[in-house]
Design a binder for this molecule. Structure first.
Ligand code: HEM
Length: 410
């Protein structure tokens, strides 16, 4: 891609396996204006400041009148909404601003209690053990298809209260809808049409489930949300359930897969985790910095915002390059080194500000149970292909497959 800008090179799937040298180049201009008027923010200090700035909006249904949509690949990421007619009614709070965002998020946080999330550890361990048990007798596995992909969707189904017999259906929907969170795929007409069909199916299904949860509430999040006295309307309920499914799925898949890839690339860390599982929480924080599942998020400027010696003008699309900030040498000494003993590891792997990840405590538990169980139970694991094939997405970045050879299962 000669002649393309740095950010276009970052979007190019050819650079997916190792975007970090491009991020280092990007950080040389902390807030970089692109040809089409988009601004890319890549340094830790500037991002940490802007991510909590009320002049920055997460609303992704911008007024088309205000936009100079050039058809340029970067603006295209932001300006073409995902089927506007669906999103107007079913707008998940990740794409909303206060006060609606805070009201809807507050309702979810009331159900996402620490006890409920802690209670998911035992269930996650059971699901993990089942998936590892199925690897017995195999000498080759694909960690993504055999493990990382099914685990989070099963966990979220249990948490939401989706009956086990409907889980397979949910897996399929989760896979399709993940593209809606992926800015550089969602503009595509065919993807939009598929997402629409899929969204209608899942919305119908959830409406039915919500009715049942109102008649016969159970110990799950959907029952709590559906029976909350100051509750959400049904459109918001469906949008929230889909958001929990989509935001909690591919991200966690990528954390587990990137985690094993990193532990196999640096086997001394895999050995150490096997011998000292208590280091898992620190190791996972370092993974979230070093190989984060979410590389960038998109925003809009609501006002002229002076930052890093320039002014982001009102109505400009803004890209928060979280993964570049995580490797910023002015914030993290020796940033390209994977070091679970790092202290003061305030990474941006779960974002920051008002939209900080709701599922962070759950994701940490899932990753901990998964990685500790994998390194302890799978014997003689080796990478078959390095780098592995990646999914095309530049924002939710992770391997499509992770083929591994193994000698046995304990
Ligand atoms: C938001 C990362 C797992 C639910 C976010 C954001 C990031 C993120 C970076 C900020 C988005 C923004 O600022 O625009 C991750 C990673 C995960 C993970 C790396 C796994 C390793 C989960 C799980 C759930 C979840 C398991 C739920 C079950 C959400 C929700 C939001 C969010 C609902 C929107 C919060 C808001 O807008 O206020 N996540 N996430 N995430 N995440 Fe996660």
């Amino acid at each position: 891609m000669s002649g393309s800008t740095l950010f276009e090179q970052i979007l190019d799937p050819a650079n997916r396996a190792n975007p970090y040298p491009l991020y280092a180049e990007m950080r040389k201009v902390p807030v970089a204006r692109q040809e089409d008027g988009t601004y890319v923010v890549s340094t830790h200090a500037d991002l940490a400041r802007l991510i909590s700035d009320p002049r920055i909006s997460s609303d992704d249904l911008p007024d088309p009148q205000k936009f100079r949509w050039t058809g340029h690949p970067v603006t295209d990421l932001l300006v073409r909404p995902v089927r506007a007619e669906i999103r107007k009614r079913h707008r998940p709070f990740i794409f909303r601003d206060p006060p609606d965002h805070d009201r809807l998020r507050g309702q979810v946080m009331r159900c996402f209690t620490p006890e409920r999330v802690r209670g998911m550890r035992t269930k996650t361990q059971r699901i993990t053990d089942d998936l590892i048990g199925k690897m017995r007798g195999k000498t080759r596995i694909d960690l993504v298809d055999d493990f990382s992909y099914p685990l989070p969707v099963t966990v979220i189904c249990e948490l939401l209260g989706v009956p086990p017999e409907d889980e397979a259906q949910f897996h399929g929907w989760a896979t399709q809808l993940a593209t809606a969170l992926e800015p550089n795929q969602r503009g595509d007409e065919e993807t939009q049409a598929k997402n629409e069909v899929c969204f209608n199916e899942i919305a119908d299904y959830l409406q039915g489930l919500i009715k049942e949860k109102r008649k016969d509430p159970q110990e799950d999040i959907l029952s709590d949300l559906a029976n909350d006295r100051d509750g959400m309307n049904d459109f918001d309920l469906v949008a929230t359930a889909v958001l929990l499914l989509v935001a909690g799925h591919e991200t966690t898949v990528n954390l587990i897969t990137n985690g094993m890839l990193t532990l196999l690339r640096f086997p001394e860390h895999g050995e150490r985790l096997r011998a000292e599982p208590e280091i898992a929480p620190r190791l996972i924080e370092e993974l979230l910095r070093y190989e984060p599942p979410v590389h960038y998020r998109t925003r809009l400027a609501l006002a002229d915002i002076p930052v890093a010696g320039i002014t982001i003008p009102k109505d400009a699309p803004v890209i928060f390059l979280l993964a570049a900030a995580n490797r910023d040498p002015t914030r993290f000494p020796d940033p390209d080194r994977f070091d679970p003993d790092r202290t003061d590891n305030r990474h941006l792997g779960f974002g920051g500000g008002l939209h900080y990840c709701v599922g962070a405590p759950l994701a940490r538990i899932e990753a901990e149970v998964a990685l500790v169980s994998l390194v302890r139970r799978l014997k003689g694991l080796t990478l078959v292909e390095d780098p592995p094939p990646y999914r095309p997405g530049a924002s939710l970045r992770g391997p499509r497959h992770l083929p591994l050879a193994l000698e046995g299962v304990a």
